[in-house]
Design a protein around this ligand. Structure first.
Ligand SMILES: CC(C)(COP(=O)(O)OP(=O)(O)OC[C@H]1O[C@@H](n2cnc3c(N)ncnc32)[C@H](O)[C@@H]1OP(=O)(O)O)[C@@H](O)C(=O)NCCC(=O)NCCS
Length: 130
């Protein structure tokens, strides 16, 4: 069932969310969607986020972190926690990130149907990869 609009909130990726982003990015259930494998230590994440935190946003569902999206060097990335997938959180994140980074590009793996549909549903242009 779709998350109700009222339950969905977008917040800046402040320090309390950095570990959420790191552990979700490294979750093996989402790894197939990304072009590169990630093995990020908490220290590496802190260093990275100290520079880029303002380019990331967190989707909250009833105040629980459900996913994130970011745009670094024009490259959009998004991820939704498996517990919250297929409920519209990804489209919400994409729409919000595109408002903030209208020239961002989503590079999508050709076999990543979920991401392709999310990008299409949010009205954004896809750049395919193999
Ligand atoms: C891609 C991802 C962010 C989508 O998040 P989500 O919250 O599940 O997406 P939504 O619920 O907003 O669904 C968006 C569209 O994708 C479709 N979709 C979602 N998951 C799907 C799946 N596993 N297979 C096929 N279609 C899927 C939905 O049906 C919907 O399409 P519709 O509007 O035509 O019905 C999520 O699957 C994810 O985190 N994947 C792993 C990481 C990843 O691939 N990130 C993208 C790389 S940048």
């Amino acid at each position: 069932m779709k998350v109700a609009d009222l339950a969905l909130k977008l917040v800046p990726c402040t320090e309390p969310y950095w570990e959420f982003v790191r552990t979700l990015r490294m979750d093996e259930r989402v790894a197939h969607g990304f072009i590169e494998k990630a093995n990020i230590t908490p220290e590496q994440q802190k260093k990275y986020m100290e520079i880029h935190w303002s380019a990331f946003f967190i989707a909250l569902v009833d105040d629980v972190p459900a996913g994130y999206a970011g745009c670094v060097d024009g490259d959009i990335r998004a991820c939704v926690h498996p517990d919250f997938q297929r409920r519209g959180v990804g489209v919400f994140l994409m729409r919000e990130i595109m408002k903030r980074f209208p020239n961002g590009i989503a590079r999508v793996k050709i076999d990543n149907k979920a991401c392709q549909r999310m990008v299409a549903a949010s009205g954004h242009v896809i750049h395919h990869l193999i």
